[in-house]
Ligand binder design. Structure first.
Ligand code: FES
Length: 263
């Protein structure tokens, strides 16, 4: 028995091979690991965002990035930008920033590859057939909105500035392990944000002569180097975000004390 497939252009291009794939290696492992990793992170983040407690350590002004900027009535001293939102279990304390961060990661070029492969099986791996009969790419609703990534990048820059401000304010109380964790997280968030493909295009795109734009050229060179590590930074920052949040949750819940270097 033979099989054929139609390409988006309409031509019958696939070789007549009966087997679904000729790959004999463990091609399914990478999408499976990606699926488990992303699902675990999203589950943890969702639980934490709607927990409405253990997000702030008053003594050292540690605020978890999952609740920043903190904008509801339960924020107390963590509210550095006022409390325009009411307390309601469906409203996260960071209701203004979380949708943009979600959009930024969802439309990220790396995460698109990751979840197209591991969640939608479209396709799950190279030389393995698509899990769906039809393929329209990102040319139609809703995936056409992936093109909004550049605007999500601008929002992510603003949120990274707020996270930096959080780390700086906490620094004024002295130096503890929590400060180190906050700064490491912020630096890596900046590295992930600046390594974005949209950032690289904003820095160096549409230029005819780099020699006439030395500052943009230098920035583009810097961003291009970071860009080669974008996938790693995408995963590392998921880890540092969860670790930062967990450490602050543990302190706020009094499961342990902060290790202080300077009081
Ligand atoms: Fe990944 Fe922009 S491409 S954040």
């Amino acid at each position: 028995m033979t099989t054929t497939a139609t390409t988006p252009g309409g031509s019958r291009a696939r070789a007549a091979i009966a087997a679904k794939t000729l790959r004999t290696d463990r091609w399914w492992l990478a999408p499976l690991v990606t699926f488990v990793g992303l699902a675990a992170w999203v589950t943890y983040a969702t639980v934490r965002v709607f927990m409405h407690q253990w997000f702030f350590v008053d003594d050292y002004h540690y605020l978890t990035p999952f609740y920043s900027p903190c904008l509801t009535d339960v924020c107390g001293d963590a509210a550095m930008f006022g409390t325009p939102l009411p307390k309601f279990f469906l409203i996260p304390e960071a209701a203004f920033s979380l949708p943009f961060l979600l959009l930024f990661r969802l439309t990220c070029y790396y995460y698109r590859k990751a979840y197209y492969r591991s969640f939608w099986l479209s396709p799950p791996a190279c030389a393995v057939p698509d899990g769906h009969k039809r393929y329209s790419g990102e040319t139609r609703f809703p995936l056409i909105f992936q093109n909004a990534h550049r605007y999500a990048f601008y929002a992510a820059v603003i949120i990274s500035l707020i996270n930096t401000w959080d780390a700086a304010v906490a620094q004024a109380t002295g130096l503890g392990l929590g400060n180190v964790i906050l700064w490491v997280n912020v630096i890596l968030l900046w590295a992930y944000t600046l390594s974005c493909h949209s950032c690289r295009h904003i820095a160096g795109g549409r230029l005819k002569h780099f020699s006439k734009h030395p500052v943009r050229y230098r920035f583009w060179t810097f961003v291009s180097k970071l860009n080669t590590r974008h996938m790693q930074l995408a995963w590392i920052t998921l880890g540092t975000l969860a670790l930062t949040d967990f450490y602050i949750m543990g302190l706020a819940a009094e499961w342990y004390s902060d290790l202080r270097f300077i009081n």
